[in-house]
Design a protein around this ligand. Structure first.
Ligand code: IMP
Length: 415
């Protein structure tokens, strides 16, 4: 059996939560492979809104096993907090012993550095993501499996604080003493150690036993550490290939790849965004789409669908199909724009350049429609909405397999 994969193909916040939640009902195992509690999935079930940051969306399916893979960075404190509303998860949630931890000092470093960067800030979520992944790559990080011996872990952290005292002093960060640290780590260990497992073997076994496995990406392709708009990116491999590294799979373990894409485009934080709309249209997209971050509450920047970036992202991820989200947000717009190419130094460019700074979008404009909200059958869509969907398929060279016409699970068209 091969696993199925869900990946964001813009700058995150495409509506992966709804799709993963919708699909998770049919899967035996749901896995997260990268990112941390910078992510935020909003899920609406029977008009109730739930926010998930680290826990895979399979948690709402009582029969599914949920896995947090080695590629994720975990803040033990925040994970424990997030687990609370779900009761006992010890037989349904498993954490890779190799996943790195985000501890208090990572969060403080992230926030202090952003402040120092001033106008050049990345606009991070302030959750310690960059410093934790940085420590992993520097080979000085700490894995969650180390919670099994908190004495050794606390000693090692104190040693790290001592060696790096100049950095901490410069950033005005007071590091913990041994006793407080040990107490804090003991509290984490008590809850999380029973959930630590060899998750790679668990996923292999599930696939060998023909169980259905869903891999859930966080953030989006254009925030990928290698392939996104560096340095305005997150610190993990958000693309589909990241699932191999972040879970211990090989490329042949991955079957169907679904790219999640919004019918328009948003971005949180700083960095280039060619189709950003600074007019009333941009404001209307934000208001109608309720474009505020689940994790930080920040207003998202809004603009039009960028077909050049999406074609690139679809190819990069190997998308078999797209889930086209939030089409209803475009209801009532008299004209809808799509970026089909960029103008760079007076030339038309149809492939993604190395940098998205200083590119001017070239738009096609289409007539809008009154209302798609709540429609569940493709044939019931207004003609102009169908034309829009068809044009996006052509431009991205990818089939649209699902259209979302509202936040609820029911408001979905399976094409
Ligand atoms: P970090 O991941 O907190 O380091 O933030 C780096 C960049 O990624 C910032 O622009 C964030 O706004 C963005 N980012 C991180 N997580 C998400 C997400 O889940 N959705 C959208 N943007 C995100």
């Amino acid at each position: 059996m091969k696993s199925d994969l869900i990946v964001g193909i813009q700058w995150g916040d495409e509506g992966k939560g709804k799709i993963v939640d919708l699909l998770a009902q049919d899967y035996d195992v749901v896995c997260r492979y990268q990112g941390g509690h910078n992510a935020g999935h909003t899920i609406v079930v029977d008009d109730k809104k739930l926010a998930l940051h680290l826990i895979p969306s399979g948690v709402l399916n009582q029969n599914a096993i949920n896995i947090i893979g080695n590629g994720v960075v975990i803040s033990p404190k925040d994970l424990i907090e997030e687990m609370k509303p779900f009761g006992d998860l010890s037989d349904r949630l498993f954490i890779s012993d190799k996943a790195h931890m985000i501890l208090r000092h990572h969060i403080l470093i992230d926030q202090a550095r952003e402040k120092l960067r001033g106008k050049k800030a990345i606009g991070t979520t302030g959750r310690g993501i960059g410093p934790a992944y940085g420590n992993k790559i520097e080979r000085v990080g700490h894995r969650i499996g180390e919670l099994k011996d908190t004495e050794k872990l606390a000693k090692s952290l104190i040693e790290y604080f001592d060696i790096n005292h100049v950095l901490f002093e410069a950033l005005g960060i007071e590091t913990a003493n041994y006793d407080d640290l040990k107490k804090e780590l003991d509290a984490y260990a008590k809850v999380l150690v029973p959930m630590i497992a060899d998750t790679t073997s668990m996923v292999w076994n599930a696939l060998d036993e023909n169980k259905k496995v869903l891999l859930e990406g966080a953030q989006g392709t254009l925030l990928d550490i290698d392939h996104g708009t560096y340095p305005f990116v997150t610190s993990s491999s958000t693309v589909s290939a990241g699932a191999c590294i972040g879970l211990g799979l090989n490329p042949k373990d991955i079957g169907n790849v679904t790219g999640i894409v919004k019918a328009y485009c948003t971005r949180v934080g700083n960095g280039p965004f060619p189709t950003e709309d600074f007019t009333q249209d941009g404001k209307d997209l934000g208001e109608k789409g309720k474009e505020f971050g689940v994790t930080t509450g920040r207003a998202r920047r809004c603009g039009w669908f960028d077909a050049v970036a999406c074609r690139y992202a679809s190819r990069l991820n190997g998308c078999d199909e797209l889930a086209f989200m939030k089409l209803d947000v475009l209801d009532g717009f008299p004209k809808i724009k799509v970026c089909v190419a960029y103008e760079i130094d007076g030339k038309r460019v149809e492939t993604l350049p190395q940098s998205l700074e200083n590119v001017t979008p070239i738009y096609e404009e289409y007539d809008g429609w009154d209302r798609v909200q709540g429609i569940t059958k493709y044939e019931d869509l207004p003609e102009n909405a169908k034309k829009y969907v068809k044009r996006i398929e052509e431009l991205t060279q990818t089939k649209i397999g699902l259209i979302s016409t509202g936040p609820d699970r029911k408001e979905t068209i399976f094409v």
